[in-house]
Every structure is written in structure tokens, then in C-alpha cells.
Design a protein. Structure first.
Length: 247
């Protein structure tokens, strides 16, 4: 069985969603869905690794203004841009930052912020998961910038649709903090004051307990399937996700 962590040149936070036991006795398929930080950081050899892995579709969760900073690159796959969040200038973000600052620690902040993001932007998350469901033959890469928050939540929804246990989904999510530490630690240290340093610590954290709490809350209200169904996904799309991940 191949390893889940992938080393594609230029990126730091890539792993396959395959190899997870499911609650109905199966296992998620390798090569079906890969989660990543921004694939636009890939070098030429990195792009060759992506193509060689059998990727047919990239689902890009970034803001439109993040795309504007990309270098021109002819990618050998279909790219579907699904911004799950509104523009960074939106008034949503000041309110969400206040939710983070009101929490007692990183775990509480991450839990509260993620639940608020899922509540406010359910349509965007449903569109992202639908893009995976409707992707053409071949593997799918889902990415944002760091591959941590937007990608972390979309990946969690995908894995729960495949009936991967909450604890395993949370453990996968928690790997991002370690993978991104070489860049996040200097960024935290460069903060101009302790308040900003704490804000950055919270932003860099990916506590497993936070994802467990978020998914437990979803499970109390219909689970990932119920959440996505309420946000506009069809039963056919939900089944397509399960079929892709559990083939």
C-alpha cells in the first residue's frame, strides 16, 4: 500500500485521501482524491509528478484575487475554480476574526471559526464537493493556499461521506500543522507584537480535537450528507463522491 504523504516538488502539504478504513468495513481508494496546498507552487518536476499520479482534475478553492497572482502555466489537467469563501474584503471576515479572538485557545478558536464558516458558506462547500463528484475520470486534487482550512474542511466532508471515522478524519487534518511548520514558525516569529503573534499561532494550528468537535456538531444535525444536501447537493452527487472514494 503506497504512503499517503506525497512529495511533489514545490509543495509542502500534500496527501492522498486513500487508505482510510471506513465504518462499513471498507477502505478509501488511493489515487481518487488528493488534498494539497497551492499546486501553483509546483516546479516543472512537481507538475510531472502530479500528472504521473493520474490526476485528471484540479478543484481550486482559492479566492479570485489569489488566482490573479499565479504565474502563467499550461496545466495538463482540467482546472475547476470554486471559491468557497467570499472576497477577502467582505465584512464577514472582521466578524469571524472576532469569533476567533473570543475563544480561550487555539482549539476553541478553530472549532468556533470552522463551525461559523460552515454555517455562513454552506453553498460554497457544497459546490466544492459537487465539483469532486462531477470530475472527469482520473484522480482529483483539491487545494487552496496552505491546504489547511478550506481544503481541510472540504476533505473532512469528503471523508465523512465515505464513512471514515471522525477520529481518523481529525488525525488526517492535524498533519497540516506539522507539514507547514517550516514556513509557519518563521511567520509567527516575525509578528510585531504578542497579540499578532497569538493570532498567527491560532491560524497555524490544526488541532485534531477541533475537527472532532466540528464533525460531532455536524453529526448531531444530519452529518456531512445532511449538511451538503441542505446546501444543494443532490443524492446522485453524494453517491458519486462515495463511489469515487470507495472504489
Amino acid at each position: 500500500m503506497p504512503g499517503r504523504q506525497l512529495l511533489w516538488d514545490g509543495c509542502a502539504n500534500i496527501r492522498d485521501l486513500g487508505g482510510h478504513p471506513t465504518e462499513d468495513g471498507g477502505v478509501t481508494a488511493f489515487g481518487a482524491v488528493v488534498r494539497a496546498d497551492s499546486v501553483r507552487r509546483l516546479s516543472e518536476p512537481g507538475w510531472a509528478q502530479l500528472a504521473g499520479y493520474g490526476i485528471g482534475t484540479i478543484v481550486d478553492l482559492r479566492f479570485h484575487d489569489e488566482l490573479a497572482g499565479d504565474p502563467p502555466f499550461e496545466v495538463p489537467v482540467e482546472v475547476v475554480n470554486v471559491p468557497v469563501f467570499p472576497d477577502p474584503a467582505s465584512s464577514h471576515w472582521e466578524e469571524i476574526q472576532a469569533i476567533s479572538e473570543a475563544a480561550p485557545d487555539a482549539t476553541g478558536a478553530t472549532t468556533a471559526v470552522y463551525l461559523e464558516l460552515l454555517r455562513r458558506f454552506s453553498k460554497g462547500f457544497a459546490l466544492a464537493v459537487s465539483a469532486v463528484a462531477r470530475a472527469r475520470e482520473g484522480g482529483v486534487v483539491v487545494h487552496c493556499m496552505a491546504g489547511k482550512d478550506r481544503t481541510g474542511l472540504v476533505s473532512a466532508l469528503l471523508l465523512r461521506l465515505a464513512h471514515v471515522a471522525v477520529a481518523d478524519v481529525a488525525a488526517d487534518y492535524a498533519l497540516s500543522e506539522r507539514n507547514l511548520a517550516p514556513s509557519s514558525k518563521p511567520w509567527i516569529a516575525e509578528a510585531t507584537d504578542e497579540r499578532e503573534r497569538e493570532r498567527r499561532r491560532r491560524m497555524a494550528a490544526t488541532p485534531a480535537a477541533a475537527m472532532e468537535a466540528v464533525l460531532a456538531e455536524l453529526d448531531r444535525d444530519g452529518g456531512a450528507a445532511g449538511y451538503l444536501r441542505d446546501a444543494g447537493m443532490s443524492e446522485r452527487e453524494l453517491e458519486l463522491v462515495r463511489a469515487r472514494l470507495c472504489a
